[in-house]
Design a protein around this ligand. Structure first.
Ligand SMILES: [Zn+2]
Length: 354
């Protein structure tokens, strides 16, 4: 009898606790499934979804604004979360040669950090990430693993240089009226940078054309040529612009080019269709919109100067300034007019400025 009573009491207790077990079980599974989704995209040890990620980079500062700010990076179909510090090391390494002068690398680190903050605060190009690793959309980025492969036995030396540029500028951003700017940058300019409205339609007071000191002696592939046969020219244009007509002789296929003061094409007619210089650049994969052309017997030859959209800081120009003794504050305030470099930027969990 005692055994039966004891058994019944145990059963009652078990039944009373059952919902707790079940609910707990559901919660636990739910937690696990959320965690699995978040951790799945982690591709390599240096990028972790854990906020307390420890950088595999021995040069990483133990504490700083960059090591406590997290960035969501889209890489392929995955999104990884990493510290601003690790992200910026990967961006500077991908965007600028490690052999550049230290002050140019620091200017690059600050510009890349500013761009990232701008995207976090003003809306990203991506619904599920702050930035991506595609240089045609956001900024190029190499993981530590990719850099090991790229640099081989020079890895320790180069990673030390890049890491120092990021750590020495910890938390610094370029600001205009106390807000991080759209810190656009490009590889090289044909004597002058470009106004933002020539490329993106809307003017920004700090993205205006300035003289830039790089040239064919200091920039590899500063002058390039793209040769396109007449047939290829017609089919390439018609694929994107079906209304284009090529019923004149080849001399008339490209006409009415309007150039900006910096020597880049703003507008041009191709096969009678008006397009922007940026669109022409995209069609024929030209390195910039600083383009002249000539018509041969069987082909059209584009002669291109510089590389990139031309807006904001020129990387090779920054290197020339650094070579001549400018520091990164000088370089940034030269290319981004009317701006300041400030260090107060911190974001709370809702990505609001503190
Ligand atoms: Zn992107």
């Amino acid at each position: 009898m005692k055994i039966i009573i004891a058994f019944s009491v145990l059963m009652v207790i078990f039944i009373m606790l059952l919902p707790v077990f079940v609910v707990k079980g559901v919660h636990a599974e739910h937690d696990i499934s959320i965690q699995a989704v978040e951790t799945e995209p982690v591709l390599s040890p240096e990028v972790s979804s854990e906020p307390a990620a420890v950088s595999p980079n021995p040069a990483a500062p133990s504490r700083g604004v960059d090591t406590t700010t997290m960035v969501k990076l889209k890489t392929g179909d995955s999104v990884v979360t990493l510290t601003m510090y690790d992200y910026l090391v990967g961006v500077v390494a991908a965007e600028m040669p490690a052999s550049f002068y230290e002050e140019a690398l620091k200017a690059q680190a600050v510009a890349a950090r500013t761009y990232t903050y701008y995207k976090m605060l003003n809306g990203s190009n991506h619904s599920d990430a702050d930035v991506c690793d595609n240089c045609n959309c956001c900024k190029a980025y190499f993981s530590y693993e990719a850099l090991r492969e790229k640099w081989g036995e020079k890895y320790d030396y180069y990673i030390g240089i890049i890491s120092k540029a990021v750590a020495d500028t910890d938390g610094l951003c370029v600001t205009y009226e106390d807000e991080p700017i759209l810190a656009a940058f490009h590889s090289s300019s044909p004597g002058y940078t470009e106004n933002s409205e020539s490329v993106w339609h809307s003017p920004l007071p700090y993205l205006v054309s300035v003289e830039s000191p790089e040239n064919g002696n200091t920039v590899p592939n500063f002058y390039t040529e793209v040769i396109v046969s007449f047939e290829e020219f017609k089919s390439t244009v018609k694929k994107s612009y079906p209304l284009a007509v090529f019923d004149t002789d080849q001399e008339g296929w490209i006409s009415d080019a309007e150039y900006s003061d910096s020597g880049r094409i703003i507008k041009v007619r191709v096969g009678g269709v008006e397009m922007t210089g940026t669109e022409l650049r995209g069609l024929f994969e030209l390195r910039s919109t600083a383009v002249r052309w000539s018509v041969g017997n069987e082909y059209i030859c584009f002669e291109v100067t510089g590389y990139g959209h031309g807006v904001g800081m020129s990387q090779y120009g920054a290197n020339e300034f650094a070579k001549n003794g400018a520091d990164f504050f000088d370089i940034l305030s030269y290319y981004y007019r009317g701006t300041s470099v400030k260090s107060y930027l911190m974001l709370d969990s809702d990505k609001k400025l503190l």
